[in-house]
Write a protein that binds this ligand. Structure first.
Ligand code: FES
Ligand SMILES: [Fe+2]
Length: 342
């Protein structure tokens, strides 16, 4: 199990971003992974993913979570632009061939408008996603922009955070004034290979009616009319209420083998018109604030669970609402059993 986290990362495709999160040349997004940083960068319209390390002496090129700027190393000024590395004072390097300098880039593939990054994935992207691919395509075509980005550390081992996100059993206890307000019904689970989806109608009739009345302000052609939570094995979740916005979450193992690099992004969808944008701005502001509160509430309980409380073994006392945890653990066991090599 020692290299479980790193191998899961190396051997899967990971949803890095939506096309509309990095629309402008110079846009970048940084994720922290069990193998170090991963940066997606818009290089004059072409997206690339790399390890965030300068080819000169390995300084980190970007240190914000997201933003816009040239891919220029702040140490000696090496710059990556339009597919090439530009070296200042090139005459200093008479004894070596700096034209061989490259970024350490990763493989990319698209599922609709979602960009996936892979280091050494075991399968092709669509094979890994299975039937979840069609769902992701539908979601992706409706996303317009990123409205919020919230990144930080969860003081728990990553499967603890993933399992928390996979079960609604804790909602009334942990989120009574946030997610609990929706009074989500038991709903149903759908298993798509190692990925899974929970569809839950809203039990709160007043909120349900309010949300339905907003539909005319959106220019979307997909959206589950209730609460939907998609899990992409191993580290990613996407949740949404009515498909009006999507919360994209990553629970990435930290390099220390103990903690979790958590991030959540609020992705906005296409709106009907300018007036809708003005009208809905307060809704999105409050959605971003509520999401931040929900994840803080989750963090508070996740840090109560030590790493030693987690294993891939079936739960001793599984609730019906914890079925997706059983599926996740089965997926971990299957993945471990199928691993190639020694
Ligand atoms: S380490 Fe980046 S330019 Fe020297
Ligand atoms: Fe939660």
């Amino acid at each position: 199990m020692k290299d479980f986290d790193a191998r899961l990362f190396r051997e899967h495709w990971h949803l890095a971003c939506h096309r509309n999160e990095l629309p402008v040349p110079g846009d970048y997004l940084r994720m922290q992974t069990p193998l170090g940083d991963l940066v997606v960068f818009n290089d004059s319209g072409e997206l690339l993913a790399f390890d965030n390390l300068c080819p000169h002496r390995g300084a980190r090129m970007f240190d914000g979570e997201a933003g816009n700027g040239p891919a220029t190393c702040r140490y000696h000024g090496w710059t990556y632009d339009k597919g090439r590395v530009i070296v200042p004072m090139a005459e200093e390097f008479a004894g070596c061939d700096t034209s061989r300098a490259r970024l350490n880039t990763y493989r990319l593939d698209w599922c609709g408008d979602f960009l996936f990054v892979g280091i050494a994935p075991r399968m092709a992207l669509y094979e890994q996603l299975g039937e979840a691919a069609a769902l992701l395509e539908n979601i992706g075509f409706n996303i317009a922009n990123r409205l919020d980005l919230n990144a930080g550390s969860f003081r728990c081992y990553w499967p603890v955070a993933v399992e928390n996100a996979l079960e609604p059993y804790h909602i009334s206890m942990v989120h009574p004034e946030t997610l609990g307000m929706l009074e989500l019904e038991a709903g149903s689970n759908e298993y798509l290979g190692r990925n899974s989806v929970w569809y839950a109608p809203l039990g709160n009739a007043r909120v349900d009616k309010q949300l339905r009345s907003l539909k005319r302000h959106f220019a979307i052609d997909y959206g589950y009319e209730g609460y939907m939570s998609v899990y992409l094995f191993p580290f990613t979740m996407i949740s949404s209420t009515f498909g009006y916005s999507y919360s994209l979450q990553h629970f990435l193992p930290a390099q220390d083998g103990q903690n979790t690099h958590f991030s959540s992004r609020l992705l906005g969808t296409h709106l009907a018109n300018e007036r809708a944008a003005q009208l809905l701005a307060p809704l999105f502001t409050s959605t971003a604030a509520i999401n931040r509160k929900v994840f803080e509430e989750d963090h508070q309980v996740c840090q109560l669970v030590p790493k030693s409380s987690w294993s891939t073994a079936p739960l001793v006392f599984p609730a019906a609402s914890e079925a997706k945890i059983e599926h996740f653990r089965q997926s971990c066991r299957d993945w471990l059993a199928a691993r190639p090599g020694p």
